[in-house]
Design a protein around this ligand. Structure first.
Ligand SMILES: C[S@@+](CC[C@H](N)C(=O)[O-])C[C@H]1O[C@@H](n2cnc3c(N)ncnc32)[C@H](O)[C@@H]1O
Length: 205
């Protein structure tokens, strides 16, 4: 139960908490079959994965279209859609995940939690440009490759949100060899040294 305490800090409503508890049941049912998160981190589902995703949602005002790429077990994209069900019901959420079984999980979990999502079961590079106002990706690729995905799927004037670990500065420096962008590091509440990179104005050098 203490595991959930961090969600109080993140202002999660009772209704959203009830939806997240359904998500917990669904991921625990599917995980042994398709390995959505490591067995050890499943024990820390609330602090390690859910709170980590909620703080990404809290980084921006809700846009009209949020796109999460490489969503896997739904972090942060499906958690974003669950929060939006109560906090931003007009927001459209799209998840891009190439693995068919994970896509099936994402559709099922969204339905059971009462969250509205469109799941595109394709490789990010092959999906039609999404014109996202907000684009997120967690544990997917290094920043230079994420910026290529942003070039393809982020609307002009949109914001990319990429949670990154302690080596984020090195990734930013490397990416600047090929890309121009503004990056604001937002300190993570769930992990020391980690940040959520809030990126705008992506253009090739
Ligand atoms: C390491 S997992 C991270 C999942 C989730 N974002 C998280 O933080 O737990 C990366 C996910 O991205 C998907 N993926 C990797 N490359 C992809 C691509 N090019 N197009 C679509 N999905 C991709 C994988 O199938 C996998 O589910």
């Amino acid at each position: 139960m203490n595991e959930k305490r961090i969600l109080e800090e993140l202002n999660v409503s009772r209704e959203t908490l009830a939806r997240l508890e359904i998500f917990e049941q669904v991921i625990k049912k599917w995980n042994p079959k398709i390995n959505l998160v490591s067995k050890s981190s499943l024990e820390l589902l609330w602090s390690r994965h859910i709170a980590d995703s909620v703080q990404v949602f809290r980084c921006v005002d809700s846009p009209d279209h949020w796109v999460d790429i490489g969503s896997g077990g739904g972090f942060p994209g499906l958690i974003v859609a669950i929060l939006a069900a109560d906090e931003a019901p007009e927001m459209k959420t799209t998840l891009i995940e190439s693995d068919q079984r994970k896509s099936a999980f994402l559709r099922t979990a969204a339905r059971e939690c009462g969250a509205k999502v469109t799941v595109i079961s394709k490789r990010i590079e092959k999906a039609d440009p999404q014109n996202a106002k907000v684009l997120s990706a967690r544990a997917l690729a290094d920043l230079a490759l994420l910026l290529e995905y942003a070039e393809q799927h982020l609307a002009a004037g949109g914001t990319a949100l990429f949670p990154k670990g302690g080596s984020w500065k090195k990734e930013v420096d490397n990416a600047r060899q090929r890309w121009r962008f503004d990056a604001e590091p937002v300190k993570s509440l769930t992990e020391q040294e980690a940040v959520i990179l809030k990126i705008k104005g992506v253009a090739r050098v």
